[in-house]
Design a protein around this ligand. Sequence first.
Ligand code: GAL
Length: 697
Amino acid sequence: MATTLISASWQPCAPGVWTIRHGSPDAPTLLRTAGNPPRLEALLALGTPSLPASHPAVALGAVGQRTVISVSKQLEEKLFGLGLNFKQLGVDRTVRDLHVDHYSGQDNGRTHAPVPFYLSDAGYGVFVDCARYLNVNAGGAHPITRQPPECDRLTPGWEAVRPGQSVEFSTHTDDFDLYLFAGQNLLEVVQRFNLFCGGGCLPPKWGLGFWYRVPIAFTADDARALVAQFAARGYPLDVLGLEPGWHSQSYPCTYEWNTARFPEPADFVAEMRAKGIQINLWENGCVSPSSATGRQLVGHCGSYAAGWGGLIPDLAQPEAGRIWGEVHEKQHIAIGVSGYKLDECDGFDQWVWPDHAEFPSGLDGEQVRQLYGLQFQKFTDTLFRKHGRRTYGLVRGSNGGAQPYPYVIYNDHYDHRDFVTALCSSSLCGVLWTPEARASDRADDWLRRMQTTCFSPLAMLNAWASDTQLWSFPEVALDVQEVIRLRLRLLPYLYSAFARYHFEGIPPFRAMLLEPGFVGPRTAAGPGVLDDTKNPYSVAARQEVKDQYMMGDAILVAPLFAGETSRKVVFPEGAWYDFYTGQPIAGGPVVTWTPADKRIPLFVRNGGIIPMLPEIDNVTNACAQRQTLEIRHYGDAAGAFRLYDDDGETFAYETGAARWVELKTVKTAAGIPAPATTDAEIQNLPAYAGAKWIHLG
Ligand code: GAL
């Protein structure tokens, strides 16, 4: 059957955002499920651009049972995004099957957050708000009417995968809306997308401290002994994550405490909180049918059990949420538990329900697969909101629209390089990602992994299976300690970066290609090198910068991997300085950097201002009193940094308790910038007593 596509036109719906509404207004889409209104004031503050001249044309149509959405592009346009990916950032010339799943080693669309959003270097982004699997053809094959000119394989320049002139989505539903986001640069497009979805999350301050997840069968006494060891050895600890053994039974779960391992849960949680340590609980969404909660949930769950058995509550049904919420509130939140790790809500296929499963709300298995992580985040976040406390936790399945939910994605893939690429990729699709450390077979790998996790949204050792300790490799034990301590010292800088995620939509950790002024290679043109076993179609490797990233506005993080003593760093324009010594970096923009020691390479841009705490052991305890900041400022340019603060744990910031102060330096006659913000101004923020300024560079 021939495709008849009918063009549709973009209608304005928010400042810098246009839509093509297509589905029924009640259809369960990603944004409707996430349920967060756009941050209109922040969008307005970002400007009111007109429809970009380069905007894509859209045509819609049906082919058999499938709806086709065709979005035009220019041949030379480069596209990025389409969810959380681990190998590459560019997505033009690829085909994907966007489907929530556990990542299995290939960027094929089956991933933890297959967000149907892409960015174009022509200055716009497109989001398909749809809760179905989406097949995406981003220039792999070409509609017959728009084929590239023929070329013989033996002619130099022949390419197996040629750029196309459209991005096509197809699915078997009519229920989707399209959105177009404008931007003067890629970062501004991402900002608009994030703000339209409700803005980024603002974690409680303790969430940005150090996390340790215990082995699976840990007891309360094991935990006490471990906490004592952390203190005795001088390792900071903010959050203790309990893995499945805290449940009386798990896989499927009861959500009730195992009283043999945790005889007095409320006392245990209170005792840890008194030390400044928060308790986070692992769970999955499969409820034990024989538990008290499972018995009540009968009639409110899907028609299939998980692979290991267990009811899947239908979170689109208020009654299921009420029953399931009750056990969470009574057994955990009311006694002071700080949050959850929401496991197994992604896949693999054999562990979750099939697409034809039925749910009492009317959703089918496919829709719930796309939505479950999102629903789970919303469900738990809402419970904490009722108690006036912010939460921060982990989730393995997510999707478009999750920006405001305070959850960080993780997985079992455990490839250090891929983990860093995922950190870059997460900033292109509105989610957070942690390259958690679990175990290593060698000391240098352990140190490098610990360093990366300390420069991510959630710094964590997840020792659930290996029981690896921070000090398991004596030759790097002090280096590990040093990087965790540095993570905590950077709290004012990092918390401010998250505040900008929330209020302005700027991701706190981001791919270099989002940096205005970054001219690093983005993707290769032309054919690659023919190799009869590894590259039989001589496909070009993308020349992407995906092993370094920005943390906030001023710090460039360039992790090293096991066995490396030097690496290539690509700098955005301007002068850059070594974070530790202030030494200027010569020879940019592409530099081979050989650090003098084992520390993670960090660089600061000219004029960069980095507010830091003194050495602390625990975020909650340190925040109980005003701290004197150490403010480092780098280089010979004047600079500014917007320092943010609030109470760090409640929602008062949403109703006026958010405070900002601008930390500034001005150029003196001697040419060296000097501080221009007074201690009195800094004291306007509840957390700080004043500052000691240090000039480097
Ligand atoms: C896995 C999860 C691990 C750990 C484990 C416990 O699915 O990715 O981090 O929590 O379950 O069974």
